[in-house]
Design a protein around this ligand. Structure first.
Ligand code: HEM
Length: 412
């Protein structure tokens, strides 16, 4: 990490300028600062950050389906996503046009039209077909490891990067490059006022589009993501920029979110004393509780396009609203004993994959990967323990597990 970026990260929380420092703290401990907020004021204006923080489950759900809250980045508004500090250049609005075209950051009808093109990739039928590939990959990745394994390097990272390449129809040799691209794109999303961040983020996006172009020049597997996008382009429904935008969105949204979740899931079971051997009977139920308990995307941002009344508060047009998904998932009004991991807990709904129009398109795929990983570990070892302390790397939006070394064994 550059000195400039590190310095900015170090000062942002103290100065209270960047609302994304909230994410960093939430990632470290999803309920730390929010318990009192949620109990006292589930929707609260934070004067220092200049944003609304939404921590109650009911309020978060209500706001996520409110059409007056936009997922599109405003050009102007009362609050900005980020404000450059003194001495930093830029106006905080330089983020690549390509990223601004991501349908995740757009509203309907444009959002729905772009989402529809790649939605077939995640149908129940396609997920059932992907299961064989994913489970085979888990077996292949675990096979060389007799007793010690780095859950991130040896399993979660290669699994989620190779799966997303497979789904998109990108050659497998692109997969190892995702780990370098993801943090540079993530930094661009939240710190685009730092020249160094802009340079690296743009370079990563350029490399993504070059890899997409290379793949499109060759044989693209029928019905893969790139195939669907190329067909839509041929029919004249979208331009080449849209092809790049959606491909880069899927690469970004489908990779670090999932690898980090798998790592966090293993870490949570270790800390709660849950044995992998005990999860293999019903990994799907375990994954649901692990998703609720601690996940990789702790918050989503929305901008009010009109005044919104919620929980006795009035959100003004132009305000930035941060919906704290991790905190809402620990709301005791909805989940009994929310701070305890209870695999098998009956869960009607959690907010890990968001809610409403932008509900995660890859939720089924993420569940499938996590289930396969847990099942693979459980079939191999009854018990696992930490072989060394986990190593995390924080950038504004996400705290990524870099290393999680475990030692496995059989029950005695
Ligand atoms: C959207 C979380 C895995 C693709 C979202 C949203 C969340 C989320 C919270 C909603 C964003 C919003 O409302 O602004 C997660 C988590 C994952 C995961 C926690 C892993 C555990 C995946 C995977 C893919 C994917 C594997 C597949 C490529 C997407 C896309 C969107 C999205 C395309 C945008 C949907 C839209 O705007 O309509 N994700 N995600 N995600 N996710 Fe995921």
């Amino acid at each position: 990490m550059s000195d400039t970026l590190q310095a900015a990260q170090d000062t942002a929380p103290r100065a209270g300028r960047c609302p994304y420092h909230v994410t960093g703290r939430a990632q470290a401990d999803p309920c730390m600062d929010y318990l009192h907020l949620r109990d006292d004021e589930p929707v609260r204006w934070d004067e220092d950050l200049g944003v609304w923080l939404v921590t109650g489950f009911r309020e978060a759900t209500e706001l996520l389906r409110n059409p007056s809250l936009s997922a599109a980045w405003p050009e102007h508004g009362r609050t900005r996503l980020h404000t450059p500090a003194e001495g930093e250049s830029g106006d905080g609005s330089r983020t690549s046009e390509l990223v601004r075209m991501w349908f995740m950051f757009n509203d309907d009808p444009g959002h729905a039209a772009a989402r529809k093109i790649v939605a077939p990739l995640f149908s129940a039928e396609r997920l059932a077909a992907a299961r064989t590939f994913v489970e085979g990959l888990v077996d292949e990745l675990l096979a060389p490891h007799r007793d010690v394994l780095d859950v991130m390097d040896d399993l979660a990272v290669p699994l989620s990067s190779r799966v997303i390449c497979h789904i998109l129809g990108l050659p497998e040799d692109v997969a190892p490059r995702l780990a370098a691209w993801a943090p540079d794109i993530a930094a661009l999303l939240v710190a685009d006022y730092l020249p160094e961040v802009v340079t690296r983020g743009y370079r990563a996006l350029h490399e993504v589009t070059a890899a997409v172009d290379d793949a499109l020049r060759g044989e693209v597997p029928e019905n893969s993501g790139l195939w669907l996008l190329r067909e839509a382009h041929r029919r004249g429904e979208i331009g080449l920029q849209d092809v790049w935008a959606t491909a880069s969105l899927l690469i970004y949204a489908g990779f670090e979110t999932t690898s980090t979740f798998i790592g966090k899931a293993v870490r949570a079971t270790l800390h709660a004393g849950v044995r992998p051997g005990d999860l293999k009977a019903d990994p799907a139920a375990a994954v649901e509780e692990l998703l609720r308990f601690d996940t990789s995307v702790q918050q989503v941002a929305r901008f009010a396009t009109a005044p919104v009344d919620v929980a006795g508060q009035r959100v003004a047009a132009g305000d930035l609203v941060l919906i704290m998904l991790g905190a809402a998932n620990r709301d005791p009004d909805v989940f009994e004993g929310p701070d305890h991991l209870r695999p098998g807990r009956e869960i009607r709904r959690h907010l890990t994959f968001g809610f409403g129009a932008h509900y995660c398109l890859g939720a089924g795929l993420a569940r499938l990967e996590a289930e396969a990983a847990l099942r693979g570990l459980g079939e191999r070892w009854d018990v696992i323990e930490e072989a060394s302390a986990p190593v995390t790397r924080s950038h504004y939006g996400l705290t990524v597990l870099e290393h999680l070394k475990v030692r496995g064994g059989t029950r005695n």
